[in-house]
Design a protein around this ligand. Structure first.
Ligand SMILES: [Zn+2]
Length: 417
C-alpha cells in the first residue's frame, strides 16, 4: 500500500484516490527564465509519483499550470523590453521542451492562469460575499484575520508569517490593506500592465487565486494531491487553501499536500535570485536524459540535497548498465526468476516514494540479469519486468520516446507558439 507524507497532517498516510481517477495539481513555472535543476527535481519527482500511480493501475488526471501573468513576468518584460505574452510563451516553450526531452509524462491539462479569469471572478465574488475578502480602491484583498484556520497547512509559527511572505512577493506597505498579511486577489490596473475588466474595475489577478482557481476548474473542489516546491508551502499554498476552502465551504482543498525539497549548489539554495543555477538544458547537452533522471531521482523528493557534478558519473554508469541488461541476448538455460525484484522496488516506492531504494533495487536486478545472460540463462521474462520498472522512472533505455510524451507535449506546445 502506497503511503505518502501528508504535509497537512504531518504524518505518513495510506494513499488511495477518492474517485475513479487520481487527481493531482502541481504548481507550474512562472515563465521568465528557463528550467534549472530545482525545477527539474520538482517535476521529475512528481513524474515518478504519477507514473507509479499508473503502474499501480490508477487512471490519472494531472494539471500543471503556467503562471503567465505575475509580478515577476511583468518586471522581466520591462527589463528586457519584450511583450509579457511573447516573453512568457518563449520561456514556457523552453520549459516544455526540457520536460519532454527528460521524458516527463505531459500534464493532461496545461492551463495558463489567464485561461480562468471569469472563474476567478466567481471565486473572488464568493469570498467577498462571505466576509473573507474586501474591496479597496479597485483592489480586492483576502482578509487573513477572518480565517481562524490560516497557518494550519504550513504549520509556520505566527511570528514568521509576515517576514516569510515579504520574502516571497508580499507588499506589507500597501496602505489599502487592513493587515499587512492580507494578500491581493485582484489588483487595480497600473500603467503599462496588461488589463482585464472585472466587477471591481480594470486590473489583473493576484498570484494565489490563479492556482486555486485552475485546480478547481480542471479537477473539481477537492484534489487528491496538490504539489509544488517546498518554498511554495508558505504563503502560496497556505493562501490557496484558505481561499478555496472559503469558496467551497469544505474543510480541505487537497487531501494530500506534498512538497519537494530544495536543491542546493555551492553551499546555497539554487535560486534565480542567487544566480547559482544549473540548467537542465546544459546537462542534456552532456548526458543522456536517463542519466539525468537517475541522478536527480536518486534523491527522494523530501530530502534537501546539494548538486555535485561527480554524481553524474554513477548515474551515467547505471544508465548504461540498465540498457545492457534490457538488451542482453537471452539464452537457452534455465530462466532467471524475477524473484523479489518487483516487490523490493514497489516496497521502496510505497514508503513515501523512496526513489533511492527503488533505484538500488533496479541496479541489483539489472546486475542479476546481466550475470544470468552471460551464463546463458533465459532472461526474457526478467527483462520485461525490468523494462516495466524502468518506465516508472521515465527511462527511455534505448532512446526511443514514449509516443504519448511526444504527442502530449507537442499538443501543449502549439498553444504557446
Ligand atoms: Zn501555485
Amino acid at each position: 500500500m502506497l503511503r505518502l507524507y501528508n504535509e497537512q497532517t504531518r504524518q505518513l498516510e495510506p494513499f488511495q484516490p477518492q474517485g475513479d481517477v487520481a487527481t493531482i495539481y502541481v504548481c507550474g513555472i512562472t515563465p521568465y527564465d528557463t528550467t534549472h535543476l530545482g525545477h527539474a527535481f520538482t517535476y521529475l519527482s512528481f513524474d515518478v509519483l504519477i507514473r507509479y500511480w499508473e503502474h499501480l493501475g490508477y487512471a490519472v488526471r494531472y494539471v500543471q499550470n503556467v503562471t503567465d501573468i505575475d509580478d515577476d513576468v511583468l518586471r522581466k518584460s520591462r527589463e528586457v523590453d519584450e511583450d509579457w505574452l511573447a516573453l512568457g510563451n518563449r520561456w514556457t516553450t523552453h520549459f516544455m521542451r526540457d520536460l519532454r526531452d527528460l521524458n516527463v509524462r505531459p500534464p493532461d491539462v496545461f492551463p495558463r492562469a489567464t485561461d480562468v479569469i471569469p472563474e476567478m471572478f466567481h471565486a473572488i465574488g464568493a469570498l467577498i460575499s462571505k466576509g473573507l475578502a474586501y474591496e479597496a480602491d479597485g483592489n480586492v484583498y483576502y482578509s487573513v484575520a477572518a480565517n481562524p484556520h490560516f497557518g494550519k497547512l504550513s504549520g509556520l509559527p505566527k511570528e514568521e508569517w509576515l517576514p516569510t511572505a515579504n520574502e516571497r512577493g508580499n507588499n506589507p506597505e500597501d496602505p489599502l490593506k487592513r493587515d499587512p498579511l492580507d494578500f491581493v486577489l485582484w489588483q487595480a490596473h497600473q500603467p503599462g500592465e496588461p488589463v482585464w475588466e472585472s466587477p471591481w474595475g480594470p486590473g489583473r489577478p493576484g498570484w494565489h487565486i490563479e492556482c486555486s482557481t485552475m485546480a478547481n476548474a480542471y479537477l473539481g473542489s477537492t484534489v487528491d494531491v496538490h504539489g509544488g516546491g517546498a518554498d511554495l508551502a508558505f504563503p502560496h499554498h497556505e493562501c490557496e487553501t484558505a481561499q478555496m476552502c472559503g469558496v467551497t465551504g469544505q474543510e480541505q482543498f487537497a487531501r494530500f499536500w506534498l512538497h519537494t525539497a530544495m536543491v542546493r549548489y555551492q553551499g546555497e539554495k539554487m535560486s534565480k535570485s542567487l544566480g547559482n543555477l544549473i540548467w537542465a538544458r546544459d546537462l542534456l547537452a552532456h548526458h543522456s536524459p536517463d542519466a539525468i533522471r537517475l541522478m536527480v531521482n536518486a534523491h527522494p523528493y523530501y530530502e534537501t540535497w546539494e548538486y555535485d557534478e561527480a554524481e553524474m558519473d554513477p548515474a551515467d554508469r547505471l544508465s548504461e548498465q540498465l540498457l545492457i541488461a534490457v538488451s542482453a541476448p537471452s539464452g537457452e538455460e534455465a530462466p532467471l526468476p524475477v524473484g523479489d525484484a518487483v516487490t523490493r522496488f514497489e516496497e521502496a516506492l510505497d514508503d513515501n516514494l523512496n526513489t533511492r531504494q527503488a533505484l538500488a533495487a533496479l541496479e541489483d536486478f539489472s546486475e542479476r540479469i546481466i550475470e544470468a545472460a552471460n551464463d546463458g540463462q533465459s532472461v526474457a521474462e526478467a527483462q520485461e519486468a525490468l523494462r516495466r520498472l524502468c518506465r516508472v522512472f521515465g527511462l527511455r533505455l534505448d532512446g526511443t520516446f514514449e509516443p504519448r510524451v511526444q504527442v502530449g507535449w507537442e499538443r501543449h506546445l502549439q498553444r504557446f507558439q
